[in-house]
Every structure is written in structure tokens, then in C-alpha cells.
Design a protein around this ligand. Structure first.
Ligand code: PHE
Length: 339
């Protein structure tokens, strides 16, 4: 018996397996029901009592050697199997799952870029705003129905506070703290209590602009926005202004650009008019300048405001605004940007 054990131990020590099948055959040869190790244990009965202790140890030595061999070889084969078998190498850098910028960020950055080139700086402010900065300073009289235009979310515990309905509130803050010349744009999230649909959401993003200095005229407004529209869409983009109303500007206008999809021919994006509305604008009402501590006899200004969602929808032909908030990677993966 000792001879058998010694020769098996040798065999076990020298064994190696090319694949899992060979290893399994090895396991069955030694440890299977009719394998060599159980057979030896069966023979153990015939061992003389005085030899049993030593022989028992030798037998266990063999059994352990076989088990350890199997574990060691299996580990090596498993690792190999992952590379050659399933071609999966978990140590490789991932491919194809690189993050990309959100389309709203891409367009926001582009708009900021366009205005930075003509001297506008970026200003930001709080999303929870008080009545003064969101309404009163912007010439919304108290109890005036114009406040309803903006479906405000008020903060229950403090009626003076609300989620800002536009980033014009940021411009009030800028005017409060600085004197002209002021050239600033304010990007940010705004909130309005509107039913969520393909065209509206209770949260959206705006960029508003403000220019205050001596002798700022409506011509400056038009030329600035014309430059902006051509930079954002194309060199052949045309603009037009339609009279409108905002409490904080007088006169006020809405600006349309020629449809960048059909080039003005008429399509379903521009509802066959050849034009799409992209922003509201106007000359800053003197009351607003005065509320913010700026001398309205000396200074004039223009302001404009646009929704980033709307512009992104036009630029990328996105037909449902909700896609911007759902974070479906199949949608987001379609947008790539260098910055
Ligand atoms: N604040 C306006 C809005 O939220 C946009 C606007 C800004 C209009 C500046 C005119 C001038 O709709």
C-alpha cells in the first residue's frame, strides 16, 4: 500500500492539465466513487493495527495533495479561460462607454461662447429667489396679472420666496452691485408650474442677456441678436422682430429666425411659416434701472431671454422636450462635443 501511495503522490505532483476536461478526468481517476483514493481507503481495513496510524496519515496526505492540485490547476485554467474562451479581459480599459455632454450643456456652452466673443460675461444667482428680484424690481406691480404669466412655484413657509421663474432675477442682482457698462449673460435653471408635455416642462433652462451703457439703442439690440443668430445657426439665417409685451422692457419684441431646417421654405418644424420664435427681448424699462440703482436719465439698455431647450430642439431637431430630462443613454449618446 505504501508503494502505491508513493507512486500516486509522484503522479499527482507531476500532473498538469491543458484544459478543464483533463482536470476533471484527473479528479475522477483519484477521487471519483471508484477512484484510486476511495479504493485505498477500502483497503485500509486490511492494514495491520500497528501500521494504521502511519498509513492513515499517508492516505490523508495523498487525498490532500490531489485536492490541492485540483484547486491550483483550476484557478490557472479559469483565468486562461476568460481570455481565450470568452475574450473578456476585465483589466482592459472600457470601450464605447465614454461619457458625453448633455445636449443642453453643449448648446449652453455654445451660446456662452458666442456672447463671450463680444464682451459678455457670465453671471449666476440663486434658484430660490425673493419677490423683489424675481418680480418687483422687474416692474411687475404687486397683484398685477403679469405675475400669473409665469405660473410661479411659491415656497409655502415664506410667501416672499419662490423658485425663480426666469434668470432676469440674476440681472437685477448684477445691476444692484455694479454700474454700467454692464454686459452680462445669465444661464440657469428656471421653474414654472406648467403641465409637462412635449413642448413644456416645469423645469427648463434659460440664458438671459443684459447690456446697459450710455446710448444703447434698439439698433444695438438688433445687431447683437442678428450676430448671435448667425453664429448659432448659419451665415444665411435671417431674423425678424414681432412686437410683444414684458413688464421689464419697453418696447418689447419677440425674435424669430428663419427656419434652419427648411431654410424658410416651410416645413413641419416651422409649421410652414418659414420662421421659428427663439427669444424675447426689448429695451430695459427705466423703472427697472431705477429699482436697481442705475440712473435712467444717463443710461439705457437692452435685454433678451431664451429657453435653451427650445433652441436645442431646433438645432438638433428634437421633437419632445421630455427627452432632455429622462437621461436615456440611447438619446444622450447621439450628442458629442469637443468641450
Ligand atoms: N424673462 C423673460 C422670460 O422669462 C424673457 C425676456 C428677457 C424677455 C429679457 C425680454 C427681455 O420669458
Amino acid at each position: 500500500m505504501e508503494e502505491k501511495i508513493a507512486s500516486y503522490l509522484k503522479e499527482v505532483a507531476g500532473f498538469s492539465a491543458e484544459n478543464l476536461e483533463q482536470l476533471e478526468a484527473f479528479r475522477i481517476r483519484f477521487l471519483g466513487k471508484k477512484g484510486l483514493v476511495p479504493a485505498l481507503f477500502a483497503d485500509f481495513k486490511t492494514v495491520a493495527p500497528e501500521d494504521r496510524k502511519a498509513m492513515g496519515q499517508r492516505l490523508n496526505e495523498l487525498k490532500t495533495a490531489v485536492q490541492e492540485k485540483i484547486v491550483a490547476l483550476k484557478e490557472g485554467l479559469d483565468q486562461k479561460g476568460e481570455v481565450t474562451g470568452s475574450k473578456l479581459d476585465v483589466s482592459l480599459p472600457s470601450a464605447g462607454t465614454l461619457g458625453s455632454r448633455h445636449p443642453l450643456s453643449i448648446v449652453r456652452n455654445e451660446i456662452i461662447d458666442i456672447f463671450s466673443r463680444i464682451g459678455f460675461t457670465v453671471s449666476e444667482g440663486p434658484e430660490i429667489e425673493d419677490d423683489f428680484h424675481n418680480f418687483t424690481a422687474l416692474n411687475f406691480p404687486e397683484e398685477h396679472p403679469a405675475r400669473d404669466m409665469q405660473d410661479t412655484f411659491f415656497i409655502e413657509k415664506d410667501p416672499d420666496l419662490a423658485l425663480r421663474t426666469h434668470t432676469s432675477s440674476v440681472q437685477v442682482r448684477v445691476m444692484e452691485h455694479s454700474q454700467p457698462p454692464i454686459r452680462t449673460i445669465s444661464p440657469g435653471r428656471v421653474f414654472r408650474n406648467e403641465a409637462i408635455s412635449a413642448r413644456a416642462h416645469c423645469i427648463f433652462h434659460q440664458i438671459e442677456g443684459l447690456y446697459v451703457d450710455e446710448h444703447v439703442s434698439f439698433t444695438d439690440l438688433k445687431q447683437t441678436l442678428f450676430y448671435f443668430a448667425r453664429e448659432l445657426f448659419s451665415e444665411t439665417t435671417k431674423i425678424r422682430f414681432r412686437p410683444s409685451y414684458f413688464p421689464f422692457t419697453e418696447p418689447s419684441a419677440e425674435m424669430d429666425v428663419s427656419c434652419n431646417i427648411c431654410g424658410g421654405e416651410g416645413c413641419n418644424i416651422c409649421k410652414y411659416t418659414g420662421w421659428v420664435e427663439i427669444l424675447g427681448c426689448g429695451m430695459v424699462d427705466p423703472n427697472v434701472l431705477e429699482s436697481c440703482g442705475i440712473d435712467s436719465n444717463k443710461y439705457t439698455g437692452f435685454a433678451f431671454g431664451m429657453g435653451i431647450e427650445r433652441i436645442t430642439m431646433l438645432k438638433y431637431q428634437v421633437n419632445d422636450l421630455r427627452l432632455f430630462f429622462e437621461n436615456d443613454v440611447r438619446f444622450l449618446n447621439q450628442f458629442k462635443s469637443a468641450r
